[in-house]
Design a protein around this ligand. Structure first.
Ligand code: OSB
Ligand code: MG
Length: 369
């Protein structure tokens, strides 16, 4: 298959509630949608970059630049193998996984729609429903967070993740645990601590947390391994795992006991699947993380999470947890048991609503064709 057209769409979408992490607060989510076209069929992907380089170094501007000036030109006239990774075409660009992932997702959706098969089947998935959780940001007051935990638990979410940072950690988790003694609970620090905080982090062992996500610097597997020996609570890595080889090293080093897999962080669905397979072989539980994706990236995450090793509830929450109106139809819904039903239609199995896309488009540019 040869791509006939590739387009980038820069979106700005207001969140229904601001989302704050240890690296900052976002009220309007910016992202890049990738539309690929061939033989009269369109496929959709998302590079869920942000306006600022807080979670990773990628931003809307870097991804736009890397796709337009390097990745898209490489695909001009190129023969793309069915359901093949784009790694052979993109290997000449170091890093920039979200830029690469957005294109790979769009191409995969295009192949699946052209063949009339669900994308999740094409990548080897099997679950027909996905157990899911929710990630709750830092709030101005503990009472506000408790209210949000209550609403999320009542909605059915199977586990709740609370963002922490120095000054918003032990007391906050203690308050959540006191109010919700049996809740499946975990925390995510987004790299806000160092090994010097080990004593403080050890106090989290008292609260029966499922795991502590990414407490330390993404580049520091050694210190994560040391910290894990000091804690009872399993460590989970997110930002640290950019390639399957990172995953292998982290597991071998004892730097984590759980891995959060994000296809956008890994450069696309194929690398994410390689990491998934490795974790299954090494008996490391995995779950599907999120980056506040629109319905397009969210639908790709649902497809990925049908792979058999995704045994833990992920951060794939319902559309209405993020948006007043999502850009896909139907929106992603979570039922009272905290599950998302996997769509059975071709490709992503959701329709992209172009009028809604248009309403939040800041710029749109053809980069190939
Ligand atoms: O660390 O998992 C993270 C959102 C933005 C950037 C990083 C993270 C998150 C989340 C929310 O935790 C995940 C989601 O609901 O999409
Ligand atoms: Mg995280």
């Amino acid at each position: 298959m040869k791509l006939e057209k590739l387009e980038l769409i820069h979106l700005g979408m207001p969140l229904v509630h601001p989302f704050e992490t240890s690296f900052g607060r976002v009220s309007d989510k910016e992202t890049i949608i990738v539309r690929a076209e061939s033989g009269g069929v369109a496929g959709w992907g998302e590079a869920p970059v942000a306006a600022a380089p807080g979670y990773s170094y990628e931003t809307v501007e870097t991804a736009w630049h890397v796709i337009r000036d390097f990745l898209a030109p490489r695909l001009k006239g190129a023969e793309i193998a069915r359901a093949g990774s784009l790694a052979e075409h993109f290997g000449f660009v170091r890093g920039h996984p979200m830029a690469k992932a957005g294109i790979e997702m769009a191409v995969l959706d295009l192949f699946a729609r052209a063949e009339g098969v669900p994308l999740w089947k094409m990548i080897g998935g099997s679950w027909t429903e996905i157990p899911t959780g929710i990630s709750l940001g830092i709030e101005p007051r503990v009472e506000d967070l408790l209210g949000r935990v209550e609403t999320a638990a009542a909605a059915g979410y199977r586990r709740i993740k609370v963002k922490i940072k120095p000054g918003w950690d032990v007391d906050v988790v203690a308050a959540v645990r006191r109010r919700f003694p049996t809740l499946s609970l975990m925390v995510d620090a987004n790299a806000a601590y160092s090994l010097a905080d080990a004593d403080r982090l050890r106090r989290l062992d008292d609260f029966g947390l499922m795991m502590i996500e990414q407490p330390l610097d993404p580049d520091d597997l050694l210190d994560h391994a040391r910290l894990q020996t000091l804690l009872k609570t399993p460590l989970c890595l997110d930002e640290s795992i950019k390639t399957p080889a990172d995953g292998r090293r982290a597991i071998e080093a004892g730097a984590c006991r759980v891995i959060n897999i994000k296809q956008a962080r890994m450069g696309g669905p194929f690398a994410a699947k390689v990491l998934h397979d490795l974790c299954v072989a090494k008996n490391i539980p995995v779950w599907c993380g999120g980056l506040l994706e629109t319905g397009i990236g969210r639908a790709h995450n649902i497809a990925l999470a049908t792979l058999p090793g995704f045994s833990l509830p992920g951060d794939i929450s319902a559309s209405d947890r993020y948006w007043r109106e999502d850009i896909i139809d139907p929106p992603v819904r979570v039922d009272a048991r905290g599950s998302i039903a996997v769509p059975q239609g071709p490709g992503l199995g959701y329709t992209v609503v172009e009028s809604r896309l248009k309403a939040c488009t800041r710029r749109r540019e053809p980069v190939l064709g």
